[in-house]
Design a protein around this ligand. Structure first.
Ligand SMILES: [Zn+2]
Length: 238
């Protein structure tokens, strides 16, 4: 049966021991094959004890303490829109009809496309951090103030899509870090946006305020960078 390899099976052919093959048949009638292999254990070299704090936020997918920004993946949002349209179309078809069944398969197929694109993005994202840092600090949950979810672009459903992506991002980075011998520190998310990184002064911000300006010490940086710095500081403190 011809297959499409998403990536080469790791390791040199002679050293590979294929331990298991998992075949999955999805509701959209696509077939996936997972090849589980064993390669000689080669620990990845350390990066030289570099540490990074990452803020997962609404404006961009993430901002880190080095100022690196990953924008929200555009193709995921586009596919999510297509998914909603297909779901609406399905709900208008007569229950139990042939057309409804066909539409259900179409919905399942788009759903899988959304998942695949998001996973691709999250693999690239988490791989970047695990390859570049030994200590990675993240918030253990995103309890962003409710006012932030009122942002027009991110109301309701899109917000729950984001929550799912954030949750998955943590899971991806944790298992990759564990495999590479890196350390992931999940910190308390309370007030990471409001506290001043330099002096600790706490001041409320609304979402429109994209810059952190501290009236006490004058520290002025992009809002999400200040949050990332607080996240890293919390990981360093304990
Ligand atoms: Zn300050």
């Amino acid at each position: 049966m011809p297959i499409e390899l998403s990536r080469p099976v790791p390791g040199r052919i002679k050293q590979i021991v294929i331990k298991q093959i998992v075949i999955k048949h999805t509701p959209a009638h696509q077939w996936f094959v997972a090849i589980i292999s064993e390669t000689p254990d080669t620990p990845e070299p350390t990066t030289g004890t570099r540490a990074v704090g990452i803020d997962l936020n609404l404006e961009n997918f993430s901002t880190d303490t080095e100022g690196k920004v990953f924008p929200h993946p555009h193709n995921v949002r586009k596919a999510a829109k297509r998914l909603r349209r297909a779901q609406r179309r399905m709900s208008k078809k007569v229950l139990g009809s042939r057309n409804r069944r066909k539409q259900r398969i179409r919905v399942a197929r788009i759903h899988e496309a959304v998942e695949n694109r998001r996973n691709d993005f999250l693999h690239t994202w988490s791989r970047y951090y695990v390859d570049h840092y030994d200590l990675i600090a993240l918030e253990h949950l995103n309890i962003k103030p409710m006012v932030e979810s009122l942002d027009a672009k991110l109301r309701g459903r899109s917000r729950s899509i984001l929550d799912a992506a954030w949750y998955k991002a943590r899971e991806f980075i944790r298992y990759k870090a564990a495999n590479a011998g890196r350390y992931v520190h999940l910190v308390d998310p309370a007030y990471t946006t409001q506290d001043c990184f330099l002096c600790g002064h706490r001041e409320k911000k609304d979402l429109a305020q994209r810059t952190h300006y501290c009236p006490v010490c004058g520290y002025t940086v992009p809002r999400d960078l200040n949050a990332a710095q607080n996240i890293l500081k919390r990981a360093a403190v304990g």
